[in-house]
Write a protein that binds this ligand. Structure first.
Ligand SMILES: NC(=O)c1ccc[n+]([C@@H]2O[C@H](COP(=O)([O-])OP(=O)(O)OC[C@H]3O[C@@H](n4cnc5c(N)ncnc54)[C@H](O)[C@@H]3O)[C@@H](O)[C@H]2O)c1
Ligand SMILES: O=C(O)C(=O)C[C@@H](O)[C@H](O)[C@H](O)COP(=O)(O)O
Ligand SMILES: [Zn+2]
Length: 363
């Protein structure tokens, strides 16, 4: 399965996303063709290299790095850049990011600034990266003050997704990816939401054909939004559903809560906000909760994420306009809006309700 992401500027700014089981075996050949004689450097997540490095991209020069959210920071970008210089990478070189969303974001960012910008190919190996981060060109690193506060838009030259990579993912990381799948389905496709509810056993077993369908459909939804609004001037904000709350959770936890779990908590908060505003009915809020629960994801907010702490971290949210916070709010599956919320008491109330949602909405 393939699709083209066509950005404003036309064909010259389009790129292919290929999703195919077994693709990892063809990557050396494909990258060689894409490189057109340029030197290629594959930057691998060290852990993924240990699992997959002998099975693919063996003909390409490798650099490994210790990928983790704690290491998604500017100093890691500098270290990798210096390694590239030592190895003779120049402005005609091509980078290939092989790993999860952290590797994709960091290597994408590095590519966007290395000698003022070189191309990057994304080879996503986690579910988060396959359904979300490898497509759309957002790159970046965290600051102690907040998530992804330094970054660029740098669209990849090509994206190669092989659902086979998902077979070696830990249970926790697979479930984490399901939070972004649920987010994407809720934004763009009521049928996919139904599919996720009806097929949780096959999905949790990572049945290859089912996963290929889920991953590709998410990529189609995300690519459609990115094609409409590459740099988040408008509709792309919906891809941030659950992220205002989620990013605050990540930051408050000092990045010890992983992105997917934080997004799951954020989706519940956003759902409660939708309910309070009369945009999401009780039945659909319960459906969202059931969906998260079917995939073993959090369905509420732990009590340590108090309204005061959350409020102070929201100040670093990139969707803020002046002093006003902008929240993405779910309606029924397939319908999402964004809205400026001035009423701080309402957000306070939402956070409190998220801490006891089981009692309030399901009895
Ligand atoms: N740019 C975007 O649009 C975008 C979208 C979504 C998420 N993100 C970012 O992505 C990051 C989260 O991504 P992630 O969940 O992939 O985290 P990650 O890259 O840290 O990977 C999670 C873990 O899985 C391991 N791993 C990777 N591939 C594996 C495989 N095939 N088999 C076994 N283990 C494997 C990694 O070593 C790591 O320990 C966050 O920083 C988030 O902000 C960015
Ligand atoms: O691609 C997008 O746009 C997204 O918002 C996707 C999110 O899942 C992702 O976590 C992204 O990194 C968040 O971006 P940010 O601009 O809120 O930092
Ligand atoms: Zn995300």
């Amino acid at each position: 399965m393939k699709l083209n992401v066509v950005l404003s500027g036309g064909e010259s700014r389009s790129y292919e996303v290929m999703c195919e089981s077994g693709l990892h075996r063809r990557l050396d050949r494909i990258i060689k063709d894409l490189s057109r004689g340029r030197r290629v450097f594959c930057v691998w997540d060290r852990f993924v290299h240990g699992l997959w490095g002998h099975r693919c991209l063996t003909a390409t020069e490798s650099i490994v790095w210790d990928a983790s959210e704690q290491n998604k920071k500017l100093s890691a970008v500098e270290e990798l850049a210096r390694e590239l210089v030592r190895r003779g990478a120049d402005r005609h070189s091509l980078l290939v990011a092989v790993g999860g969303g952290v590797t994709g974001d960091v290597v994408g960012f590095l590519a966007s600034i290395y000698m003022r910008g070189i191309p990057v190919v994304q080879i996503p190996t986690t579910l988060v990266a396959q359904v979300d981060s490898s497509v759309g060109g957002k790159t970046g690193v965290d600051l102690p003050e907040g998530k992804n506060l330094l970054g660029t838009f740098h669209q990849p030259l090509w994206v190669g997704i092989d659902p086979d990579f998902l077979q070696t993912l830990s249970e926790e990381n697979f479930r984490e990816g399901m939070a972004e799948v649920i987010k994407t389905a809720w934004i763009g496709d009521a049928d996919l939401v139904r599919f996720l509810l009806d097929n949780s056993d096959d999905i949790l077993r990572r049945r290859a054909d089912v996963m290929a369908h889920v991953v590709f459909r998410c990529v189609e939804i995300k690519a459609g939004i990115v094609m409409e609004d590459e740099k988040e001037g408008g509709v792309r904000k919906v891809l941030n559903l659950g992220h205002t709350f989620g990013h605050a959770v990540e930051r408050i936890s000092n990045y010890t809560i992983n992105h997917g779990h934080a997004v799951a908590m954020g989706l519940i908060c956003a759902g409660i906000l939708g309910r309070q505003l009369g945009y999401l009915d009780r039945e659909h809020l319960n459906m969202l909760k059931d969906l998260l629960s079917a995939y073993g994801l959090p369905t509420g907010l732990p009590s340590e994420y108090s309204p005061d702490k959350m409020m102070s971290v929201f100040q670093a949210d990139k969707k803020k306009v002046g002093n006003s916070l902008v929240f993405v709010i779910p309606g029924p599956p397939g319908k999402v809006i964004w809205k400026t919320i001035e009423d701080k008491k309402l957000i306070d109330e939402v956070i409190r309700l998220a801490q006891k949602i089981g009692k309030i909405y399901l009895t």
